[in-house]
Design a binder for this molecule. Structure first.
Ligand code: G3I
Length: 302
């Protein structure tokens, strides 16, 4: 196959991209995005501040621009993200305790109702574990509502849209030996044992000198899949975009039957949240980088 999406589809997987609504008028951008990818994640437009700017007043203008573009072009959509310490609107930042807990529940219900039956995977909870070696939860206003906030979010999400796969998503959890990875693993194991509804784990996979790719990523994916959840690479970018590392990540996903697919976090280097690291598959002029060819070859079986 000659595109990333078609090549991934040969094994029943998708190859996706993060899209920014403000770039849908850029024809170089949309031409690549439409040609190469068969799954879409909104880079910012489905986040809490975008979708509920005032309490109880939902605004899906930008989110629907991306959703509609995706569906009109035959792509599936990953929802990102419902409960997160970051990108909260100011009204939510100012809440705590039971009021915040209720606001989280209402937010999940409001967004998931709008997209009921339309989203392949939702990142229900994003980035709830601390960096470093503690293996602890990240301190946040949501965490301070009680340690059960994550499972409440998942139970709320399941009831709101039973057709969506419900994911937990985090970064720097690709290396099997990291404390953060082990903490996330213990949580997922506990959720599966107690029947908390979780279907998938998203590994953001922002690889750079601070979080280098390690070949034990495949072990991580396999170990999580063995708990009975699907896994996905959800926000892939790699500092300098070395072709061999990109190929390794693809081969790690292909080696794990429960790996649903891969999403890269932007189209061209100039679209990246860390563009100075030139971490993506396309140059600023839209031409394909060596990493692109490596990914395509890996998806095509070597
Ligand atoms: O849209 C406003 C614009 O109106 C304003 O003038 C400008 C001034 O700063 O800000 C613009 O918003 C920015 C937004 O991106 C859109 O460009 C925000 O400041 C900026 O913070 C925001 O950054 C996003 C970041 O999440 C915020 O946490 C990045 O685009 C986005 O790529 C990044 O994505 C996250 C994932 O959601 C979760 N995992 C990590 C990943 C990378 O940080």
């Amino acid at each position: 196959e000659s595109t990333l999406g078609a090549a991934a589809a040969q094994s029943g997987r998708y190859f996706g991209v993060a899209i920014a609504a403000g770039k849908l008028g850029d024809s170089t951008y949309t031409t690549i995005a439409n040609r190469e990818f068969n799954s879409v994640t909104a880079e910012n437009e489905m986040k809490i501040d975008a979708t509920e700017p005032q309490r109880g007043r939902f605004d899906f203008t930008a989110a629907d621009r991306i959703y509609n573009w995706a569906v009109q072009n035959g792509k599936q959509v990953r929802g990102h993200t419902l409960a997160w310490h970051s990108q909260q609107p100011s009204w939510m930042q100012n809440l705590s305790g039971s009021a915040l807990r209720q606001a989280m529940i209402d937010h999940i219900n409001g967004v998931m109702a709008h997209y009921k039956g339309k989203i392949a995977q939702w990142d229900v909870v994003n980035e709830a574990f601390a960096d470093g070696n503690s293996g602890a939860r990240r301190d946040s206003n949501l965490q301070r509502t009680g340690n059960d906030w994550i499972e409440v979010a998942f139970r709320t999400a399941r009831a709101a849209d039973p057709s969506a796969k419900l994911c937990y998503n985090d970064y720097n959890v690709e290396n099997w030996n990291a404390a953060k990875t082990q903490a996330m693993y213990a949580m997922v194991r506990d959720f599966k044992q107690r029947g908390v509804p979780i279907d998938c784990v998203g590994f953001q996979s922002h690889f750079n000198s601070g979080n280098p790719y390690n070949s034990n990523f495949r072990t991580t994916l396999q170990n999580f899949a063995a708990l009975g959840v699907d896994v996905a690479v959800t926000e892939l970018d790699i500092q300098g975009a070395p072709a061999s590392t990109y190929a390794s990540v693809v081969n790690d996903c292909l080696a794990v039957s429960r790996c649903l697919g891969i999403t890269v976090w932007g189209v061209r280097d100039s679209d990246s949240w860390r563009s100075e690291q030139t971490p993506l598959l396309f140059n600023n002029d839209g031409s394909k980088k060596a990493a692109y060819t490596a990914v395509l070859n890996a998806l095509n079986g070597g």
